[in-house]
Design a protein. Structure first.
Length: 448
């Protein structure tokens, strides 16, 4: 309601005229309510004049006071007003350089182009002194405005008056506060695993609880494992942060120490439990030893279980050699892949070929038939390298027979052999990884 709006505006005028001791002539709450632009602009200028230019002080001539302050800092470029004397851009550059030396090289940097020189001074003041651009260089040169210029110059005076505090704050920002510094990251927490790189970050913070904007601090780090000290790498990011990486070489209890100026940071030392390298579980196809019988057509027949276990034990232990199967009257030479019948005497003793099967195709009678060891190696290699994806064809063509054959994973863990030719089975033949499709689980330690 209008009466409420007037009440709110009246409260603001009471504060300005009472607590702030501002002199307001010919303007009241209703002028603002009715949107009187001229009087509203006059009020805004009165606020700027009081708080920015007079700085809330006495009613002395603010023009002369501000001019005297400006001329005290740029005697080589004296000014007598807030309009024409600033149009060449040299005075604003000189004032910025006087309050913060080193921004420009005057008078060498002057171009005598008023717009360019004015822009140089305004941009440097913004970049290095954080003085906002409240008027454009073009306006300062071509359309100088007294009130706008006075307001702009008041920011320079505020910077000068606060410079000691700003410099002091900058110094304090570079001083670390031990109580504020923090250390964080996976490398000082639970869940790390031996043999895997881990990390933690050190943040050097100041009394304002902000990162110290520099590097090169006197840090001491030490990481001690169950038996030896651990190597680590620390990277200084030159912004108050340090990134430390290390790779624990064994499981057990570790102690991570972080010190600054020989004083422990945060909760240092950190006690970290590193997990042992887990064993890797892999599957191997169950092997089965076969002998080639003299039947017509020739067929591969598996040895009985006791003989198979004996041959596999010899193979795993020695990789070859001769095994005597005396109960059955024959011996097996694993190196030559040959069985000899001991019951036949002389040079012409009966010999038969043997084979160690790990991959098998299933014939029409449902009997597993071992692939040659060369083809089994191809299939096992494809399996371990993850090549049975998206029905990729693994070529097992027998060049002697001249018929192309391949194996595809038709479903997860289900393999099928196909081949070219008029007598080929369109549904393919089942293929087994391991005898009867059985696998052996093995645990392999990852420890180096």
């Amino acid at each position: 309601m209008e009466v409420q709006k007037l009440e709110n505006l009246s409260m603001a005028f009471q504060i300005m005229q009472g607590q702030c001791a501002m002199t307001l002539i010919n303007i009241g709450p209703r002028d603002l309510l009715e949107g009187n632009m001229k009087l509203i602009l006059a009020l805004i200028w009165a606020l700027i004049l009081h708080f920015k230019i007079k700085m809330g002080g006495s009613e002395n001539d603010s023009n002369d006071e501000l001019l005297r302050w400006v001329n005290s800092h740029i005697p080589a470029y004296p000014v007598k007003n807030f309009t024409s004397d600033w149009q060449n851009g040299k005075s604003i550059c000189a004032l910025a350089e006087a309050l913060l030396p080193g921004q420009m090289k005057l008078p060498n940097d002057f171009t005598n182009d008023h717009i360019k020189d004015c822009t140089m001074g305004i941009n440097n003041a913004l970049k290095n002194m954080k003085i906002p651009i409240i008027l454009d260089p073009e306006d300062m040169v071509s359309h100088p405005d007294k009130q706008a210029m006075m307001t702009y110059l008041s920011y320079f005076r505020e910077y000068y008056m606060n410079k000691d505090n700003i410099d002091k704050q900058k110094e304090l920002e570079l001083i670390p506060d031990i109580s504020k510094c923090i250390v964080y990251g996976q490398g000082i927490e639970a869940g790390n695993e031996a043999g895997k790189s881990t990390y933690f970050t050190i943040e050097i913070r100041n009394a304002f609880d902000r990162k110290v904007p520099r590097g090169g601090h006197n840090l001491f780090n030490r990481i001690t494992g169950p038996h030896t000290q651990q190597n680590f790498q620390a990277t200084d990011h030159n912004d108050g942060t340090y990134y430390v990486t290390y790779t624990p070489d064994e499981g057990g209890n570790y102690v991570v120490e972080v010190r600054l100026e020989n004083k422990p940071l945060q909760s240092s030392p950190y006690h970290v439990t590193i997990l042992d390298i887990p064993e890797e579980i892999i599957t191997e196809p169950l092997p089965c030893w076969y002998v080639l019988a003299e039947t017509k057509p020739e067929k591969w027949h598996p040895y009985d279980n006791p003989t198979n276990e004996t041959l596999e034990k010899q193979f795993n232990t020695f990789g070859g050699g001769v095994v005597n199967i005396l109960n059955n009257g024959f011996k097996v030479d694993l190196s030559l892949k040959e069985e000899t019948n001991l019951q036949k005497k002389g040079f012409f003793s009966e010999k038969r070929t043997i084979r160690r099967g790990t991959w098998f195709w299933v014939d029409n009678q449902g009997t597993p038939v071992p692939y040659s060891e060369e083809l089994a190696v191809i299939l096992e290699k494809a399996f371990k390298e993850g090549k049975f994806v998206n029905r990729t064809q693994i070529d097992i063509t027998d060049k002697k027979l001249g018929k192309k054959r391949w194996v595809i994973e038709t479903a997860p863990g289900v393999y099928t052999q196909f081949r070219d030719g008029p007598k080929s089975n369109p549904e393919g033949r089942p293929v087994l990884r391991g005898f009867q499709g059985h696998l052996i689980e093995k645990s392999i330690s990852k420890k180096k």
